[in-house]
Design a protein around this ligand. Structure first.
Ligand code: NAP
Length: 477
């Protein structure tokens, strides 16, 4: 990979912090230091904003076809560098190498998809009340976009935002999570290699609160797109008021997986394994609550325990590994707390977690039943490889239990009766519902939530709208 440096990319140049400060990046599996990345000063952040502001004027004038070609070139470069990128993701994030490779294909798909959308940003002509008047609607890029992303998908979360923003004609500033900045810097290097002009993409690292506030308060930044916790999302909503900034918020989830009494249990268990244990349970659309019809609950639980016992926990670089480490000690403490409190509150721990080796953050697959809506494990995002199972007696109860959360990102439903499944899915208060499917994310589908899971959509033909503004031209001849 050409030009890849452990520095920030501002105005097409690699930059250290002007005051020399750095932040360490460590491997969550081996705990080894991977790199030190800049911890930028406030003035460095301002120079990134200025750079994006200037570049926006240039990028918006580049014909859509040319922008499209550049994005397609970037998609191809990402695929060509799969080995390096996958090793970087696994090193800093911990997920198994096969999952990292999957994330790269997924991320590249967004650049390919939005390269195709870049040339279809069509306006409208609306009939007026007079023959001498034309009403025209054009779509224009909103301006400088800032993206704040989490550590669980270091490449994909950035790709979903950057691809749409650049396709729309916006310039871009990325602030990746401190745990996983190296993948973002590698992507920055690839944008240069792809020929995207200097300043159109800037990647900055450092203190989240300072950078977040600088981006939110800047009148130059016209939109902030954020993926992360609902708690931080709410801070950004408050901060956006000052400059009336447009926001896209992809926030936390609390996904239910409903298993009806007519479900194909073996398919439901396979869906559960993918929907729960992927990325060690650290995805926003991971199943948080299993809701299983009481008639099939024993069969489902036993089969899930059998499958969970087969999963190999270990270093993501090892090809046999299914579940890597949790991202850090705070994550380990949270998952441990939720399991312990559920057990104290009367839940049954069927498959207890094996002890975590001292100093590591590995958390083995765990299966708990008799969960109730009063328990913390029901209300909070577990973000770990823990299956929390509750039962229901009928469809009404299943819907009431599933919707019993302020979050509304993803939900899943298993039934062999498609009619029943569709009518239940229509009553689930979530932005995305997988029917007999837990692998729901794709570049051509609208990803996003409702309620406290946020607003705006990423991917699909709808995704580009978040980066555009409408302008109405009233033309009198
Ligand atoms: P987080 O604590 O909200 O952090 C996300 C990002 O925001 C990080 O880069 C973080 O930097 C930064 N940040 C923290 N405080 C900030 C502030 N005051 N101003 C600006 N930026 C700030 O979330 P996380 O624990 O990293 O990620 C997990 C969460 O993301 C889960 O809730 C998960 O459901 C959600 N998620 C949602 C989606 C979706 O598409 N809906 C996808 C993936 C993840 P620091 O770490 O330095 O604080």
């Amino acid at each position: 990979m050409k030009n890849f440096r452990f520095e920030c990319l501002i105005n097409g140049m690699w930059r250290a912090s002007s005051d020399g400060k750095t932040t360490p990046v460590t491997n969550p599996s081996s705990k080894k230091l991977l790199a030190n990345v800049p911890s930028l000063s406030k003035s460095d952040v301002q120079s990134a904003i200025d750079s994006a502001g200037k570049a926006f004027e240039l990028w918006r004038e580049i014909p859509a076809r040319k922008r499209s070609d550049l994005l397609l070139g970037l998609a191809n470069l990402i695929i060509a560098h799969t080995d390096t990128l996958a090793a970087t993701i696994t090193a800093e994030q911990g997920k198994p190498l096969a999952e990292s490779r999957g994330e790269i294909t997924y991320a590249a798909n967004y650049f390919r998809w939005f390269s195709e959308e870049a040339v279809r940003i069509n306006g409208d002509i609306i009939p007026s009340d007079s023959n001498s008047k034309r009403i025209m609607v054009i779509k224009q890029p909103i301006g400088v976009v800032a993206a704040i992303t989490p550590w669980n998908f270091p490449l994909a979360m950035l790709a979903r935002k950057m691809a749409a923003a650049l396709a729309a004609g916006c310039s871009f500033i990325a602030k990746p999570a401190p745990e996983t900045p190296l993948t973002a810097l590698a992507l920055a290097a690839l944008t240069l290699e792809a020929g995207i002009p200097a300043g159109v993409v800037n990647v900055i690292t450092g203190d989240a609160e300072m950078i977040g506030a600088a981006l939110m308060h800047s009148p130059t930044v016209r939109k902030v797109t954020f993926t992360g916790s609902t708690e931080v999302g709410k801070i950004l909503i408050r901060q956006s008021a000052e400059t009336v900034k447009k926001l896209t918020l992809e926030l936390g989830g609390n996904a239910p997986l409903v298993v009806c009494d007519d479900a194909d249990i073996s398919k439901a268990v396979e869906g559960a394994v993918f929907g729960k244990f992927r990325n060690a349970g650290q995805t926003c659309i991971c199943v948080n609550r299993f809701l299983v019809h009481e008639k099939v609950a024993p069969q489902f639980t036993d089969a899930l325990i059998t499958r969970a016992k087969q999963l190999v926990v270990g270093d993501g670089m090892n090809s046999a590994t299914d579940i890597g480490p949790l991202i850090n000690n705070d994550a380990l403490a949270k998952v441990t707390r939720l399991v312990e409190s559920a057990s104290r509150e009367g839940a049954k721990v069927n498959l207890p977690p094996a002890p975590t080796p001292a100093g590591s953050t590995f958390f083995p697959p765990t299966v708990i039943s008799n969960i109730t809506p009063q328990m913390s494990i029901w209300k909070e995002e577990i973000f770990g490889p823990v299956c929390a199972i509750a039962t229901f007696a009928n469809d009404e109860e299943a819907i009431a239990l599933a919707n019993n959360t302020p979050h509304g990102l993803a939900a899943y439903l298993y039934s062999t009766n498609l009619n029943r499944a569709l009518s239940l899915a229509e009553r689930l208060d979530f932005g995305m519902v997988g029917i007999n499917d837990t692998s729901i994310s794709a570049a051509q589908a609208p990803f996003g939530g409702i309620k406290e899971s946020g607003f705006g959509r990423e991917g699909s033909k709808y995704g580009i709208d978040d980066y555009l503004v409408l302008k109405y031209l009233s033309v009198q001849s």
